[in-house]
Write a protein that binds this ligand. Structure first.
Ligand SMILES: CC(C)(COP(=O)(O)OP(=O)(O)OC[C@H]1O[C@@H](n2cnc3c(N)ncnc32)[C@H](O)[C@@H]1OP(=O)(O)O)[C@@H](O)C(=O)NCCC(=O)NCCS
Length: 176
């Protein structure tokens, strides 16, 4: 097996402050020029941590952390789909890797960990909502997900188009 500079473990309550920190850092980096500046400037680690503390307590929701020797460098969060979706499908709610840690395989490893977990719970598919303007939708396409739905989401003062990327077959994703 390839010798990777990170490992993956389930995240818990103690990781909540770092999750807030990673979110704010990664949003400002990824969405500058896409989501309005005032919204990005107004994000706080405390708010994001609170949001995830609530979510972590919800039924069926799971968190995986990517860590290197200095601490957490990314995380994934998934569980039952929000909204009406066909049964047998789980939702990847968040996937964020610190900018400095992107491109070394952690995103893929986290998605595959989530896929294995969802499969062991009996799910057949997994999907994630991604802003259409986010260049990282290429990551989902590269890993075999296909655009399965579109909708509009309001973030700050602007409407944004979002795309649901779906892996229909978790076996294929796990075996990539
Ligand atoms: C998108 C993101 C999760 C990808 O994780 P990552 O650790 O940087 O990506 P990986 O190193 O695991 O890449 C896995 C493969 O996907 C490819 N890939 C990564 N980003 C890509 C992109 N934007 N477009 C096309 N392919 C991409 C890589 O080249 C790699 O290919 P390989 O396996 O042949 O070497 C991460 O960069 C990130 O958190 N970005 C900011 C936040 C974000 O956009 N999150 C997702 C949407 S909300």
């Amino acid at each position: 097996m390839m010798n990777q500079p990170f490992r993956i473990r389930p995240a818990d309550d103690e990781d909540i402050p770092v999750i807030g920190e990673i979110l704010v850092e990664t949003w400002r980096h990824t969405f500058r020029g896409i989501i309005d500046d005032a919204f990005l400037a107004g994000m706080t680690e405390q708010d994001q941590s609170l949001r995830h503390a609530r979510r972590m307590g919800a039924k069926g929701v799971a968190y995986q952390a990517g860590v290197d020797r200095d601490g957490m460098i990314g995380f994934a969060n998934y569980g039952p789909p929000r909204g009406a979706v066909s049964s047998g499908v789980m939702e990847l709610y968040s996937l964020y890797i610190r900018p400095a840690a992107q491109g070394m395989g952690l995103g893929k490893a986290l998605v595959q960990t989530a896929a294995r977990d969802c499969r062991s719970q009996g799910a057949e598919g997994l999907f994630a909502w991604v802003l259409a303007e986010n260049a990282n939708r290429g990551f989902y396409e590269y890993l075999g997900a296909t655009a399965s739905a579109r909708s509009t989401i309001r973030v700050g003062s602007r409407d944004h188009e979002q795309i649901a990327y779906l892996w229909q077959d978790l076996d294929e994703l796990v075996d990539l």
